[in-house]
Write a protein that binds this ligand. Structure first.
Ligand SMILES: [Zn+2]
Length: 433
């Protein structure tokens, strides 16, 4: 471990190691793949050095924890529980590095820096001007959009309704609510972890909502302050990094993917509302009253993106469907049962960038006359890049010269990368996916 990296970790008081790699063979001039072993956790959870694989005894959340010191406790990023690590240390991940390959954006590359061999993800290419804003990479003033495979690879699960709620976090005043759900118990019921909506006898054309409250389970969420002065509908917050450092500062997180496993009936109407200070923004799913058809509408108050489809099961219902709605890198995507129905990038807001979801909140619900249920809710957040990550800070925006690449670690808060040491020039090769 380079002394500089170690010194940084000690100064910052955090469990920080830059991800490096140990090349298993010398001779980078050859073009055949070189095996390499990961050191450290700045590319976690995708690529980890020696690590512990843990399952929280309180909530069943699975996560990895880095080793390298005498670890006495680990902490669940989902519920905040601390416990003694279980199981043996697992070996470091291994990768293959291909020399001579020209990297594309989002490729993971191996390079040399100050005598160390490191791996990070390429976000800026030669000739481009790179900056970071709102959690995103900005290239020449446009948000760099991750392809679906990379977005999936780098997003973090931040809520899964199938995980147990620790007993001490269930609100006795509202025991049927999941800790992160707030809803009107008159119209919603909970059976195990399924949320059931029963239609009302009289309709006033309204919706029965469930507000999603993020972060209630984090130890640094100030529950007392929240109860003393409850915020009607708080912004969604999360920490910047993967879960090795759950105690870090929270920031507003707007770019989310929400997947809801639903049961619906003929005539059911379901909405996901992500209304922002800038105006309304919601997704409506309407199931036809008699035919096996459904319609999707994505509306921002000015324009509408619409699509339709056929229920995968016939008959009288209830019908099962899995609805995905994501807002990542200024791109709005809606999919049902894995089929993408809406994928709007530039046109939706009538401007190039971004589909601004800042200040966004999240609620979902059925119309008052609908029968329906939510059998599972999962929420992922996009990787949240930020410019400041400890001294020495490298000023952004930065224009890259010929042969220069801007690289970042996926575990943004613990990674030492181009934000600190600037562009990299000594490329070794591209890590094979
Ligand atoms: Zn837990």
């Amino acid at each position: 471990m380079p002394s500089k990296v170690f010194r940084y970790s000690m100064l910052s008081g955090q469990f920080v190691f830059a991800t490096a790699i140990l090349l298993m063979a010398i001779g980078c001039r050859q073009s055949k793949p070189i095996p390499a072993e990961i050191v450290g956790d700045s590319m976690a959870p995708l690529l980890c050095g020696e690590h512990l694989s843990q399952c929280c005894p309180q909530c069943d959340c699975a996560f990895v924890w880095r080793t390298g010191r005498d670890i006495k406790t680990v902490q669940c990023s989902n519920c905040g529980s601390k416990f003694a690590p279980q199981g043996k240390t697992l070996p470091a991940d291994r990768v293959q590095v291909t020399p001579g390959q020209v990297p594309q954006r989002w490729d993971i590359i191996a390079f040399e820096h100050n005598g160390s061999t490191m791996i990070k993800r390429v976000v800026g290419l030669p000739g481009e001007t790179v900056s970071i804003a709102g959690g995103n990479i900005i290239i020449d003033e446009n948000v760099a959009v991750k392809p679906n495979t990379i977005a999936t690879q780098t997003q973090h699960l931040v809520f899964d309704s199938q995980q147990r709620v620790p007993a001490n976090q269930i609100d006795p005043a509202n025991p049927i609510a999941q800790a992160r759900y707030e809803f009107d118990a008159d119209h919603w019921e909970s059976e195990k972890r399924t949320l059931l909506h029963r239609p009302r006898e009289t309709s006033d054309q309204s919706f029965d909502w469930i507000n999603y409250r993020h972060q209630r389970n984090y130890p640094h969420f100030n529950k007392a302050a929240d109860e003393a002065a409850p915020i009607d509908w708080p912004a969604i917050q999360d920490n910047n990094s993967y879960n090795q450092n759950v105690g870090r500062k929270l920031n507003d997180v707007h770019e989310l993917a929400i997947q809801l496993d639903l049961k619906v009936q003929h005539g059911s109407t379901f909405k996901i509302d992500r209304t922002r200070p800038q105006g309304p923004y919601f997704l409506t799913l309407r199931v036809d009253k008699s035919s096996p058809q459904y319609k999707i509408e994505l509306c921002n108050g000015q324009s509408v993106a619409a699509a339709s489809g056929t229920l995968k099961t016939a008959g009288e219902g209830p019908f099962e469907m899995s609805l995905l709605f994501s807002n990542i890198d200024g791109r709005a995507k809606v999919a049902i049962d894995g089929e993408v129905l809406v994928d709007e990038r530039d046109q939706f807001e009538g401007r190039a960038i971004p589909l601004d979801v800042s200040g966004t909140k999240l609620k979902f619900g059925f119309s008052d006359t609908s029968w329906g249920s939510v059998t599972r809710c999962r929420i992922w957040r996009d990787i949240h890049y930020f410019a400041q990550a400890g001294p020495p800070k490298f000023e952004l925006p930065l224009t890259l010269g010929q042969g220069e690449y801007f690289v970042l670690g996926d575990n943004v808060a613990v990674s030492r990368d181009s934000r600190h040491f600037g562009p990299i020039k000594k490329l070794i090769g591209v890590v094979q996916p």
